[in-house]
Design a protein around this ligand. Structure first.
Ligand code: URA
Length: 209
């Protein structure tokens, strides 16, 4: 699948295994989510443009490269996406952060937005949507639609674990979106949890269960 990037770097895979372990406690879980997000961020930013500059070293002038002022924004989907923000910001501290909250309507089962605050200049930015667990894909797809409605042209989706169904949903609704993840799991259970997955990412991040 041309828009799906499964990141098989040994560090990412090792940390993901620790993250999946039910005995990993909240503190370690949070640290691992942050570290994996940073490592994925390294891949997501592989093609951001550079420009040449001259830098004076203690020994002379170096013609070298810096990021060319490309504007980025991170948009975590509440609440578990919050756990991925600081890892991404460690790499790109100048990026702005928006937030999107959605709930599932109990009757239609469709995602409904209850909160959406994006950077004012979102339409000029490349936006990276953060959703640790791409399960049914309904929330991620709806979040991407909201962001597109604000005029954003370039959107990527970053997950830790994606289900096959979630990938199908997002690529079906948004064929232009690149998805980055550390693993793809086959199954979803009847409550929409990824199996084997890692459980409820929000509860494990915030210690709410
Ligand atoms: N959200 C989670 O936190 N975990 C899943 O497995 C699916 C959705």
């Amino acid at each position: 699948m041309k828009n799906l990037f499964i990141l098989d770097h040994p560090l990412i895979q090792h940390k993901l295994s620790l993250l999946r372990d039910k005995n990993t406690d909240t503190k370690e879980f949070r640290e691992l989510v942050s570290e994996i997000s940073m490592l994925i961020g390294y891949e997501v930013t592989r093609n951001i443009p550079l420009k040449e500059v001259e830098i004076e070293t203690p020994m002379g002038i170096a013609r070298t490269k810096v990021i060319s002022g490309k504007k980025l924004g991170f948009v975590p989907i509440l609440r578990a996406g919050l756990g991925m923000v600081d890892g991404m910001l460690k790499l790109l501290p100048m990026a702005k952060v928006g937030h999107i909250g959605l709930y599932r309507d109990p009757v239609t089962l469709k995602p409904v937005g209850y909160y959406c605050k994006l950077p004012v200049d979102a339409s000029e930015r490349d936006i990276v949507v953060l959703e640790p667990m791409l399960a049914t894909g309904g929330s991620a797809s709806a979040a991407i639609s909201f962001i597109k409605e604000k005029g954003v042209k370039n959107i990527k989706l970053v997950c830790l674990i994606a289900s096959e169904a979630g990938i199908e949903k997002v690529t079906g609704d948004h064929p232009d979106i690149e998805i980055y993840c550390a693993a793809v799991d086959k199954e979803l259970n009847s409550q929409g949890y990824i199996v084997p997955g890692l459980g409820d990412a929000g509860d494990r991040l915030f210690g709410t269960k």
